[in-house]
Write a protein that binds this ligand. Structure first.
Ligand code: DAH
Length: 313
């Protein structure tokens, strides 16, 4: 029996041997039952054998269990030195990134973020901006009209009006949002992102405007940016300008600006004899495009991950 125990190959085999020895009809059980009629010496022999066998079973059981555990560990082994699958990490969309940067810059200049609806009424999008019905300047923007007379916001300038109506003067705000125009050719998208700035107080001048634009662009592009302004026309500013920035050896048109027209202030219940201010607006998604060296604005809005990854995002 001792040899059989030592040579057992599995827990099951060992259990069968155990039953043969210590079970109800086991050999050892039978011997133990005869003990009452035996001499002390004979009992001592049986007791010794009993203990020895139990010890052997215990040792063999531990040995077999360890072997089983080792076999299991060997098959379930994880090679931690193996290369992993490449990790697919998410990144911020370049537009989101630029939006955050621009907001931080404007806030550092003391401008507060303001928002407005993308479906606007005529008053905020046009009339209050000194562009009443039949004003020729309405043609400057190809507008999407809704059946109820509202429009898809053509310019974030509508937010200026909302802010001044609600807050009054002095006021120093910026707004970033989507604007919509019916420009359906290959290079334009009918939605683009605009950014608006407005600063109305008692002593605001054109130099404040130029300084703000220049500092803002320099911070955003992380280099000293040269700008120039050209006379222009917008109904809501007087005088009105367009501003360009120097990029390499080229001048790029960036947006429109000017001193807020007295009629606009009046429309928002602000006294133009007491207050004056500047305003500006430009396509901020275009700024992101220039910053990241991309050439097709519409790609920003396609949501094509392959394009984003190939562009380094
Ligand atoms: N709203 C104008 C546009 O969409 C841009 C603009 C020009 C905004 C002059 C202004 C401004 O605030 O003062 O073309």
């Amino acid at each position: 029996m001792k040899d059989k125990i030592k040579n057992a190959k599995s827990i099951e085999e060992l259990q069968a041997l155990y039953t043969d020895t210590f079970g109800k009809n086991g050999t050892m059980t039978a011997k133990l039952k005869t003990m009452a009629n035996l001499s002390n010496d004979e009992r001592a022999v049986i007791n010794a054998e009993n203990s020895e066998l139990r010890q052997l079973f215990k040792e063999k059981q531990t040995e077999l269990e360890n072997a089983a555990l080792n076999a299991k560990l060997a098959t379930e082994y994880v090679d931690v030195t193996l290369d992993n699958e490449p990790e697919n990490r998410g990144t911020l969309h370049p537009l989101t990134q630029s939006l955050k940067e621009l907001s931080a810059i404007m806030e550092s200049f003391g401008f507060t973020l303001w928002t407005g609806p993308e479906i606007e009424d005529d008053w905020h999008n046009f009339t209050a901006l000194n562009t009443p019905e039949y004003h020729p300047a309405r043609d400057m923007q190809d507008t999407f009209f809704l059946e109820n007379g509202n429009v898809m916001r053509t310019q974030t300038s509508a937010i200026q009006i909302r802010a001044m109506e609600k807050h009054g003067a002095p006021i120093k705000i910026f707004a970033i949002g989507s604007t919509y125009r019916k420009e359906l050719d290959a290079t334009h998208s009918c939605m683009f992102g605009q950014m608006e700035g407005l600063y109305v107080d008692k002593n605001i001048t054109m130099s404040d405007l130029i300084g703000t634009l220049r500092s803002m662009l320099s911070k955003f592009f992380e280099r000293d940016i040269e700008i120039r302004i050209r006379p222009s026309y917008f109904p809501f500013t007087e005088p009105s300008v367009e501003f360009d920035m120097k990029w390499g050896d080229k001048w790029l048109e960036m947006g429109g600006a000017g001193m807020v027209h007295p009629n606009v202030l009046k429309n928002c219940n602000i006294d133009p004899n007491e207050y004056q201010g500047f305003a500006f607006g430009f396509g901020w998604d275009r700024m992101a495009m220039i910053k990241y060296g991309l050439n097709d604005l519409r790609k920003f809005y396609d949501g094509d991950i392959r394009w984003l990854k190939n562009s380094g995002f």
